[in-house]
Structure formats: structure tokens, C-alpha cells
Design a binder for this molecule. Structure first.
Ligand code: MG
Length: 459
């Protein structure tokens, strides 16, 4: 069932979220709902049962999808960890960040203080804010979550493989303090989940933002004892099933506390599967390639939205959406809608409000999506069903089309990107090339303010 049109009209009236009690047929939508973002690391499009995996058991995510809305063309903003997290928290394309690509443990750079994160925005709207998990937006203290709008933090400041013997000891950070070195990673999913449940309990009477970026299924795969050796998919399946347990625990606690109907929960991943890890990497299903690549397998992700009473149960959404869209959507829900236009305080914004799509009122009228590869070189653009690659790369070392460029694919007829149509549709190629040229000029015009030499920048 779709919410009545009157409900959406009231939601959008004056840019403020209201309950619309005066509209007798309207389904009340809570003001300032809680927002929970569950963010897997290196999970592929094909790694959940509800996205077609034949043996990995994800009953809680399957139920979340059955009770909510499952996107089939949902994108991470980047095929790499740091850049993807930057975009999730700012609503801005990673090319605007000043990061060259992925931050290492010794990087002196981090999320620029002028960026306005989702946590900062929601905190100003009266939300309690917490992040429990992998940060990866700068290790120095001035870049940690507490300096970017989060009231609480517990987690690893970067990827769980950045550890001895290749690197120095890896810190587990609570707030700004290192509380343990090289923690037992088999405890991480449970630890983050317990902190998340505790946070929900403590903040149940006020709006909150809970950001839970899991350490896994990024390698090393370290399932808890209760999950190790259980999945026929091996260690990879074990850690995904533990994440599924975590999701079930969180949704269950929201129901138990009676706050599920005023909580929007989103589950997705930062980038596609790390396929060069062999069995320890995931699967992008029918999509080509994986992490680090702007082929579909690197950037298209499971995207599940759950909000009982507001989002109709059991929907499948086929329009294009992105992690970039969470930022403006959350701000609208928090009663802080973004002003018209694509910039605010001189900062370009690349996300679009997803609320009409979530409420079943309108398909997403998505602007072109741009995909950048290593070094933030622009690799591809998607507009409607069309995707044009002007650069390709793969961690596998494979060049699937023997160096031919550009490459044009119709992603709805050919989601696996197998049939290049560049010669057959030169007018589409020309149009998408123009979009790329215009976009690159616009990004270059803003990019200088975050160049290396300031507080942020490349690796
Ligand atoms: Mg990742």
C-alpha cells in the first residue's frame, strides 16, 4: 500500500515535516524520525539471500526487505572505502573531497573541517549522534568522528587489514582515546552491535542518528565464535551471517522499544566485493567486476530501506538512487531541508531527496551519476539506462574490451555490461560526453579549496 498523496503533500509543505493530523485519510508520519545507517564494508550486490545468493543465510535482512523497500539500482558513490564514506556523510561526490583515494594509517589528512557532515546537521536539529565502527576519514584526532558531529564513537579508524605485520598496531578508539591495540577482531561485530543497542536504549526518547559502519566483510574475515564455521559459503558467509544477526538485533530492539515506526533504517555497503581476494571476497552477482572498479560490480549495492508505517512493505524499487541521496533525505526528515539549488555556502551538493521514492509517491528523477576511479579520475557517467565509460580499470588486471573506449551500455537491457553499443548510438555517446565535460569543469572549479596543503587532501 502506498501512503496517501495527502501525507506527502503535508510532509513537503513549507519544507517541514508535520504529522498532518488534520488530514483524516493521511497516514501520520512522525516528525524528526530516528535514522540508522547500517553500512557493510566490501559487501557485493549478490551476497544477500534477498539479492539472490544461493546459500548465505540472511533472514533478518530478508525480513527487513520484506517489510520495507529493496532497491535494485542503488549505488555507492565510490568503489573505494574512504571516498565512499566521505560521500555518505556529506552528500558530495568523492572527487570534491581532496582525498586522492584511500587514506592509510599514516596519512596526515582527513575530512576537512569546512565539510558539514550529516551528523553535524542532525545534531543541530536536536539529534543524539553516534558512530560505532570503521571511520576511515582520517586518523589524526582532529579528523575523528567527535570532531565531525558525533557525540559518541567506538571503532577502528581505518580498514581492519591495516594492521601488523605490514602496519603498526591498529588502535581501537573510544571517543578520542585509544583503548586497545590490535583488538580481537572476532569480537568487533558483536562489540559494535552492543554499543549500538545501548545507544538506542539510552536515546529512545529523543531523535537519534546511529551510524554503524561494520568492519566486515572486508578482509581479514573474522567471525565471532557463534558464527564461525557455520556457513556453507565459508568464512565470507560466516561474517555476512553475523552482520545479518546484528541487523536483526537492532531492528528487534527498535520494535521492542516501540520506536520502530519513528525510525528509518538503511542497509547498504561502501563498495563492491573485493574479488581479487578469491574465496574471501564477495560476489557482485550478475554485475561485472568489483571493488576499486567503476564497472557495475564495484559500485552497485544492496540498498534496503525500512520504516514501518511510512515505507510500504515488500516493495522493489527499480529507479536509480545513491548513497549521496541519504544526506538531503535525512536533512528533509529532520526539518532542515536544503535550500533550492545545488550549492550551500559555496559547497556543491550531489545528492537528491529520496523521500518521494521512499513513500511510493514518485519515481526518482535522478540526475546523472558520475563515477570516479583511483585518483578521482572520472571513469563513467550513468544517465537513465545508459552508462558511458571513458576510462576503465580493474584490480584484476583484466581489460575486458581490449582497450576500446568509449564504451556504452544500456544497463536495463544489459546489467552485466557485456554488449557495447557506442557505435550504434553515437548521439548518446556525444550527449554523455558533454555531461562529463561540464561536470569535470564544475568539480575543478570547486576542487581548489580542498587541495593538499590545507588541513585535508590526498593520501
Ligand atoms: Mg570497502
Amino acid at each position: 500500500m502506498k501512503p496517501p498523496a495527502a501525507a506527502l503533500a503535508c510532509l513537503l509543505a513549507g519544507g517541514l515535516l508535520v504529522s498532518c493530523q488534520s488530514a483524516p485519510s493521511a497516514r501520520p508520519v512522525p516528525e524528526r524520525p530516528n535514522l540508522v545507517i547500517l553500512f557493510a564494508d566490501d559487501l557485493g550486490y549478490g551476497d544477500l539471500a534477498c539479492y539472490g545468493h544461493p546459500v548465505i543465510r540472511t533472514p533478518n535482512l530478508d525480513r527487513m526487505a520484506a517489510e520495507g523497500l529493496r532497491f535494485t539500482q542503488f549505488y555507492s558513490a565510490s568503489p573505494a572505502c574512504t571516498a565512499s564514506r566521505y560521500s555518505l556523510l556529506t552528500g558530495r561526490l568523492p572527487a570534491r573531497s581532496g582525498f586522492a583515494w584511500v587514506l592509510g594509517p599514516k596519512s596526515v589528512r582527513g575530512l576537512h573541517p569546512e565539510e558539514r557532515t550529516l551528523a553535524e546537521e542532525l545534531r543541530q536539529a536536536g539529534y543524539a549522534t553516534a558512530a560505532f565502527g570503521k571511520w576511515h576519514l582520517g586518523r589524526p584526532e582532529r579528523f575523528l568522528p567527535l570532531q565531525h558531529g558525533f557525540d559518541e564513537y567506538l571503532g577502528l579508524p581505518y580498514s581492519n587489514d591495516m594492521r601488523p605485520p605490514k602496519w603498526e598496531s591498529m588502535p581501537l578508539i573510544d571517543g578520542d582515546e585509544v583503548v586497545e591495540l590490535d583488538p580481537d577482531q572476532t569480537q568487533l561485530t558483536r562489540l559494535y552491535t552492543e554499543r549500538a543497542l545501548d545507544f538506542i536504549e539510552r536515546q529512545q526518547d529523543r531523535p537519534f542518528l546511529l551510524y554503524l559502519p561494520y568492519a566486515m566483510p572486508h578482509v581479514p574475515l573474522m567471525p565471532g565464535a557463534a558464527f564461525a564455521g557455520r556457513s556453507p559459503r565459508g568464512l565470507y558467509g560466516d561474517v555476512v551471517e553475523e552482520i545479518d544477526w546484528s541487523v536483526g538485533a537492532i531492528l528487534g530492539r527498535l520494535r521492542q522499544l516501540g520506536i520502530d515506526r519513528r525510525t528509518l533504517v538503511v542497509f547498504t555497503s561502501d563498495n563492491g566485493p573485493w574479488i581479487i581476494q578469491g574465496e574471501e571476497g564477495g560476489s557482485a552477482g550478475l554485475l561485472r567486476d568489483g571493488k576499486g572498479s567503476t564497472w557495475e560490480g564495484g559500485v552497485r549495492e544492496p540498498g534496503i530501506f525500512w520504516w514501518p508505517g511510512a515505507i510500504a512493505a515488500g516493495g522493489t524499487e527499480r529507479s536509480v538512487a545513491s548513497t549521496l541521496d541519504l544526506y538531503p533525505t535525512a536533512l528533509r526528515l529532520a526539518g532542515r531541508p536544503l535550500p533550492p539549488g545545488e550549492t550551500r555556502d559555496g559547497l556543491a551538493l550531489d545528492g537528491r531527496d529520496l523521500l518521494p521514492v521512499l513513500l511510493g509517491e514518485a519515481p526518482q528523477q535522478r540526475d546523472p551519476l558520475y563515477f570516479h576511479g583511483p585518483g578521482h579520475v572520472l571513469h563513467a557517467v550513468r544517465e537513465g539506462p545508459w552508462k558511458l565509460h571513458v576510462v576503465t580499470s580493474s584490480q584484476t588486471g583484466l581489460d575486458y574490451f581490449d582497450g576500446k573506449l568509449p564504451l556504452l551500455f544500456h544497463l536495463e537491457r544489459d546489467p552485466s555490461e557485456e554488449h557495447d553499443l557506442a557505435e550504434e548510438y553515437p548521439e548518446v555517446v556525444a550527449r554523455l560526453r558533454r555531461l562529463i565535460d561540464e561536470h569535470q569543469a564544475a568539480v575543478a572549479a570547486e576542487g581548489s579549496r580542498f587541495e593538499p596543503g590545507e588541513a585535508a587532501g590526498g593520501r
